[in-house]
Design a protein around this ligand. Structure first.
Ligand code: ADP
Ligand code: SF4
Ligand code: MG
Length: 341
């Protein structure tokens, strides 16, 4: 481990993640030192972050950076063979190591899920109405008629036109954007405290993406639910998120509120990601990040970005960079931490 300098804090399981307003409530979700190994792959290493009620947290990073594994670890959806350590608490309740029955209850009642592939999440042989009514009745002791009325209300809430007629449609009769809205409606049935959306808009065109994300943000605010949005698209994050965490090689390499992250990124990987986002109204073509994404075997022993980093120095491979804090902004770049970037 590299000596962290005055800004370094240790990675303790009960470590306080500063940065939320003084006296802020207990976090809804508290992830501490989460480490996941899948066979030979160190998919996630020593991950700590909080999600507060009403907050929209973006998790960004290239393909393979550990975003989906993190989401699945929180939801108890990793394969049995996964080696998991650390802590994931939902309002104080430890979820790591909870029984599959408990995790089914948590997924049913407390954490809603929105995945990329809405078509795969809906059953092609049942109408939208049948599927929503069944889900509603699994959560509420209500008649079919009442459930159907609530299903129509939910479709209205997520902006589906002519909701009553749409109840009788089959999934293939709807557009991709409408299907994704229905998945959001389905995720809302249990009135979850947290919605985890893993690349929910990747398959949609840009205008529809924006509508679906605005909808998620609006519903989250109205219901005081939190959203954890997993995406590889920083443009999407800029439009919706309050806070952003950048992942690289299974490591959380930077986290800040969205304005700070975009105005003053500290980690060379975040900077490279930002340079790779095409900007509206600018002629300069976006820059691809040179090299290939990290694939981490066995365990992390150095900065995972070092092979691609133009600022790399021997100190970067002497150990995993510790966290450096600048107010509520944290990052894991040794060189930036020394004030040399
Ligand atoms: N079921 C699995 N078995 C083995 N390795 C996996 C499995 N799922 C993901 N991985 C590996 O874990 C790492 C993180 O993957 P993932 O979280 O899916 O990345 P992403 O950021 O693209 O969502 C990758 O190296 C991936 O190859
Ligand atoms: S720690 Fe070193 S290799 Fe890693 S991002 Fe910072 S300068 Fe680059
Ligand atoms: Mg993924």
């Amino acid at each position: 481990m590299i000596p962290g300098g005055p800004l370094h804090r240790g990675g303790f399981v009960d470590q306080v993640i500063p940065g939320r307003a003084e006296g802020a409530s207990t976090p809804l979700l508290q992830v501490r030192d989460l480490t996941v190994r899948l066979g030979p792959v160190a998919a996630v290493s020593g991950l700590s972050f909080d999600v507060h009620r009403g907050e929209f947290l973006g998790i960004v990073g290239e393909s393979g950076s550990g975003k989906s594994v993190t989401a699945k670890a929180i939801l108890g959806l990793l394969p049995k063979s996964a080696e998991i350590s650390g802590s994931v608490r939902l309002e104080g309740e430890e979820l790591l190591g909870a029984s599959s029955e408990t995790m089914r209850r948590i997924r049913g009642d407390r954490i809603g899920l929105v995945f990329q592939d809405a078509l795969a999440a809906l059953d092609p042989v049942y109408t939208i109405g049948d599927q929503l009514v069944e889900a509603l009745r699994a959560h509420n002791d209500v008649s079919k008629k009442v459930a159907r009325k609530r299903a129509a209300d939910l479709l209205g809430e997520v902006g589906i036109p002519k909701p009553v007629e749409r109840l009788d449609s089959y999934p293939h009769q709807l557009s991709g954007g409408q299907r994704q809205r229905i998945i959001i409606a389905a995720a809302l049935i249990a009135e979850p405290d947290l919605i985890i959306a893993d690349e929910p808009t990747t398959a949609l065109d840009v205008t529809v993406q924006k509508q679906v994300l605005d909808l998620l943000a609006e519903v989250c605010q109205r219901r005081e639910a939190a959203v954890m949005l997993v995406t590889h698209d920083l443009g999407v994050v800029a439009q919706t998120c309050d806070r952003v965490a950048t992942f690289y090689g299974g490591l959380l390499v930077e986290e800040a509120d969205v304005f700070t992250l975009f105005d003053n990124p500290r980690h060379p990987y975040t900077r490279a990601l930002l340079r790779s986002v095409p900007r509206l109204g600018e002629d300069s073509p976006f820059e691809a990040i040179p090299g290939s994404p990290a694939q981490i075997y066995i365990s992390l022993t150095a900065c995972p970005f070092a092979p691609r980093c133009e600022h790399a120095q021997p100190v970067c491979t002497a150990g995993v960079p510790p966290e450096f804090w600048e107010g509520t902004h944290r990052h894991r770049c040794v060189v930036a931490g020394r004030g040399e970037l």
